[in-house]
Design a protein around this ligand. Structure first.
Ligand SMILES: C[S@@+](CC[C@H](N)C(=O)[O-])C[C@H]1O[C@@H](n2cnc3c(N)ncnc32)[C@H](O)[C@@H]1O
Length: 263
């Protein structure tokens, strides 16, 4: 529910501005001609509930999201295809729903009313994307399996947000991003390095520091065009809580070149 609040409610607006804002801003800067964006194919693996690929498509790009969690896929399918913020004649017919995303947070609560506050889902009409006349789609499955096929069409941009640290081996992710991209294509990344498989028994997890990953960018053909570190980002944050946890994320834009350096 807190992920729903992050992606599809007014409550999540400031968090989306922190996390998705720099990515959307970079896409708009590198592709300023709105008319030509339809021919730019963006892939967003690990897209969670799909708000970021939807925002990208709403800016006129062709965009495909990918996700492997059934929980995420079922909820994003429902929101993207059946929900809406457009008012209905009656409450029964409404396609907008109320959720109580903070109901289970019993600690660090200032006011009892904070815990039981509701959010309306969605805050937009997802169907508006149909008016944009772009290719907008989602694929289901482990992105390494779906996109490693060299016969896949090459993309102009790969966008990763809070994603590369879901890898057991982050270098494998870089290898597939490089494989997917056209020469000259962009990889836009924002996120921390939480490493989701760290500390899991019987799971492989290679936990490289950001400077170690970055040193290997040239090996995968990535030239850094832009980089910012320590961008403060929350993740499924409860604004009214007494507790605030934030990541200091890295943000980078890399161009894929045809030359790959040995390391
Ligand atoms: C930390 S969440 C970030 C979601 C979204 N990008 C955001 O910023 O809200 C990482 C997402 O990647 C998905 N994921 C992890 N490994 C994946 C894989 N191998 N293939 C596809 N999706 C994956 C997870 O299910 C999860 O939804």
């Amino acid at each position: 529910l807190r992920t729903v609040a992050r992606d599809w409610t007014c409550e999540g607006e400031s968090e989306r501005a922190q996390c998705y804002g720099p990515i959307l801003d970079a896409l708009e800067r590198y592709f300023p001609d709105v008319e030509k964006r339809k021919s730019i194919h963006v892939l967003n693996p690990g897209c969670g509930l799909g708000r970021l690929p939807w925002e990208i498509a709403m800016r006129g790009f062709s965009c495909q999201g990918n996700e492997f969690s059934y929980f995420m896929l079922l909820v994003s399918h429902y929101i993207l295809n059946y929900a809406s913020n457009v008012p209905s004649a009656s409450e029964e017919e409404s396609k907008q729903h109320k959720i109580f995303p903070f109901i289970h947070q019993t600690t660090n609560v200032f006011k009892a009313s904070d815990q039981i506050r509701s959010c309306s889902v969605p805050d937009v009409n997802p169907n508006d994307v149909a008016l944009k006349d772009v290719d907008f789609s989602m694929t289901a499955g482990d992105w390494l399996e779906v996109y490693r096929d060299p016969e896949q069409p090459k993309r102009d941009v790969v966008v990763t947000c809070f994603f590369i640290d879901t890898a057991k081996n982050v270098l494998e992710f870089l290898e597939v991003i490089s494989l997917i991209l056209k020469d000259g294509g962009l990889w836009i990344n924002l996120g921390p390095l939480l490493y989701h498989y760290a500390d899991m028994e019987n799971e492989l997890s290679i936990e490289l520091a950001y400077d170690e990953i970055k040193r290997l960018f040239p090996h995968f053909g990535f030239d850094i065009l832009e980089e910012k570190s320590a961008l403060e980002c929350n993740y499924t944050w409860n604004k009214e809580s007494m507790l605030k946890m934030a990541y200091k994320c890295v943000f980078s834009v890399c161009r894929k070149t045809s030359k790959k350096e040995e390391c």
